[in-house]
Design a protein around this ligand. Structure first.
Ligand code: CMP
Length: 139
């Protein structure tokens, strides 16, 4: 059992393709409670800071370009075992390897434009949620 919170973004590709509603429905149906949410767009500076861990990776430039090209939905989700259960719901980073029925299998194009983000640990869920939301935006 891990912590009760995770952080997610519905990425620009999924927003552009009109999948916000369907993805939120999958998230709610899986038992996650939305305790913070906003429709926003990352600046280059925001994205570079958020993805600083990937800055030496060959795909970093592409990742920043992608994540800043249009609006996203960011949210903090609450549920028992939130991080692991959400990663199961979204599926593998590469949608080609994602299980049937997962959000990435249903809505993502490729490993770069993969529709949704999910925190990979309780520690990162806290860091990422705090990056996007102040305490009084979390309910
Ligand atoms: P996510 O796991 O949410 O956060 C890191 C992101 O980097 C990942 O989703 C993808 O959007 C992107 N990414 C990871 N690996 C690659 C890759 N090989 N090529 C392009 N983008 C990638």
């Amino acid at each position: 059992m891990t912590g009760r919170r995770t952080f997610t973004m519905i990425k620009p590709d999924a927003v552009e393709n009109g999948h916000i509603g369907a993805i939120l429905e999958k998230i709610s149906s899986a038992g996650f409670k939305i305790i913070a949410m906003k429709y926003t767009q990352l600046s280059r500076r925001d994205a570079q800071e958020f993805y600083a861990i990937h800055r030496d990776r060959p795909f970093f430039g592409e990742l920043i370009q992608f994540m800043t090209r249009g609006p996203i939905v960011s949210a903090i989700l609450e549920k028992d075992n939130a991080v692991d259960d959400f990663r199961a719901l979204i599926g593998a980073t590469n949608p080609a390897e994602a299980a049937e029925g997962t959000i990435r299998k249903l809505f993502a194009k490729d490993i770069g434009e993969n529709a949704v983000h999910g925190s990979d640990s309780d520690e990162n869920a806290l860091i990422e949620g705090s990056f996007h939301f102040s305490g009084r935006e979390i309910y």
